[in-house]
Design a protein around this ligand. Structure first.
Ligand SMILES: Cc1cc2nc3c(=O)[nH]c(=O)nc-3n(C[C@H](O)[C@H](O)[C@H](O)COP(=O)(O)OP(=O)(O)OC[C@H]3O[C@@H](n4cnc5c(N)ncnc54)[C@H](O)[C@@H]3O)c2cc1C
Length: 422
């Protein structure tokens, strides 16, 4: 059996797990093929993060476009898609964001079955805390707006909050007076999402080429012709950039710059402990969010390092601030050791809404600007960009997310609703 066939035919199941364990765990086929690039494709996707891979998958699956390559300069998920804190939710304020993120959450709810991989979806609830009566008042409005958008959201009193999370600080410096919860929000395993899309796309015929950096775009007469890469020139009728913080680096030689700035966003995990925190708890005021992994580690994230940077390593001030805020919410964490800390380069737009759709060069499109919250958007991001490429125009779901909004001033300012970085 060829590698390609093995990839196409292998199915993950309880029985396959049992069988492979019996064989000493050695007989697993490769999850995706690793071909050399062909001379030309219908579509070249630059960037093997979640958004690039999901776009390639939906192109092949929903539109029958299979002459597709995903070119990744490093390894799949080595960017932000494998570095995030895995929070998924759809409790956005603006109806355009709510519709989009709700579609994404719905896709996540069935993604494990669709991709035949355990994405470890845990809808444990995303709890947002209010630290003053005024904040609770604005949360009531926020919560109602979310419900009007058709998304689940419940306001919680102080007592209800403490019933949900008994270890929450009852004597916090900024007293916790209530909050709201999206019960369908939670956690999804990031590696599984990346690998699941890669495996499924590869089985449909998409070529995934790692260690293949796109060094420049080949544009003639305002039309894309292909890409120059470390593995030579590759022709393409359409090129989509899904390179997050590297978008402007790739576009610079064409004289195009998108309104994206980059900053470092870091996270950390503690040593594993018994179950302490049930939901994903998030505080816009002390600027931190926490959840507990299946291993028992407490996963902690917060705001960006606060200055422009392309470095995948966080600074000490933000690390200290995040750790202090976590202990402020859950004093029981005080004794825990931090096991690991890591960071990614996040690509932030002025209104913290992504830039999706066609660019003013024929056959070139972009899916970037996800900043601190694009993991939850991967399924809908891929689905809508595949539709854009296949039909030549952006579907209604992302009509407001195009580059033109900056020219017309139609910004979708979601930073308040995002609260903190996730
Ligand atoms: C610490 C941290 C915590 C986060 N937590 C959350 C969270 O809880 N929930 C949430 O929704 N979001 C979260 N995010 C944000 C989320 O991870 C990103 O928005 C999302 O993963 C972006 O996906 P992407 O595919 O656009 O980019 P990436 O995953 O960064 O993929 C881009 C890829 O392009 C490749 N590339 C770059 N240049 C080139 C080139 N020239 N040629 C070829 N390949 C190239 C890179 O190597 C990279 O693999 C977090 C991010 C960080 C850093």
């Amino acid at each position: 059996m060829t590698v390609a066939n093995a990839v196409t035919r292998s199915r993950y199941s309880f029985w396959s797990l049992l069988r492979r364990s019996y064989l000493g765990g050695k007989a697993w086929p490769r999850a995706w093929r690793g071909p050399e690039p062909k001379p030309a494709y219908d579509v070249v996707v630059v960037g093997g993060g979640g958004h690039g891979l999901s776009t390639a998958y939906y192109l092949a699956k929903q539109h029958g476009i299979k002459r597709v390559a995903v070119l990744e300069r490093g390894w799949l998920g080595g960017g932000n898609s494998g570095r995030n804190t895995q929070a998924v939710r759809s409790n956005y304020f603006d109806p355009r964001s709510a519709r989009f993120y709700e579609r994404s959450l719905q896709l996540y709810e069935s993604l494990g079955h669709e991709l035949n991989i355990n994405i470890m979806l845990s809808q444990r609830g995303v709890l947002t805390l209010a630290h003053s009566d005024h904040e609770l008042d604005s949360m009531r409005r926020w919560c109602n707006a979310i419900r009007l958008n058709g998304v689940d959201s419940e306001l919680l009193s102080r007592e209800q909050l403490h019933a949900e999370e008994p270890l929450l600080n009852r004597a916090a410096r900024f007293p916790i007076v209530g909050g709201f919860v999206q019960r369908r929000g939670g956690i999804v395993r990031h590696d599984a999402v990346v690998w699941g899309y890669a495996r499924a796309a590869s089985a449909l015929g998409v070529d995934i080429v790692e260690q293949c950096e796109v060094t420049s775009l080949d544009v003639v007469g305002g039309q894309i012709r292909g890409v120059h890469t470390g593995k030579g020139w590759i022709g393409a009728s359409h090129v989509m950039l899904a390179v997050a913080g590297h978008t402007n680096t790739v576009l610079a030689p064409l004289g195009l710059q998108l309104p994206i700035v980059c900053s470092t966003l870091q996270a950390m995990v503690t040593e594993p402990v018994k179950p302490l925190i049930r939901s994903l708890v998030n505080s816009p005021t002390v600027h931190v969010y926490l959840s507990q992994s299946d291993h028992g580690e407490i996963v902690i994230g917060g705001g960006t390092d606060g200055y422009d940077s392309h470095v995948q390593r966080g600074g000490l001030p933000a690390f200290q601030a995040n750790a202090a805020a976590a202990v402020e919410l859950f004093p029981a964490l005080r004794q825990l050791k931090i096991m690991r800390t890591w960071a990614g380069v996040v690509d932030i737009t002025p209104d913290t809404t992504p830039i999706m759709g066609r660019l003013p060069i024929g056959g070139l499109s972009v899916n970037a600007g996800w900043g601190t919250g694009g993991f939850k958007a991967i399924p809908a991001g891929g689905e809508t960009m595949a539709q854009t490429i296949a039909t030549g125009r952006e579907p209604q779901l992302i009509a407001g997310f195009t580059l033109e909004r900056f020219a017309g001033g139609h910004l979708i300012d979601e930073s308040a609703a995002a609260g903190v970085a996730h």
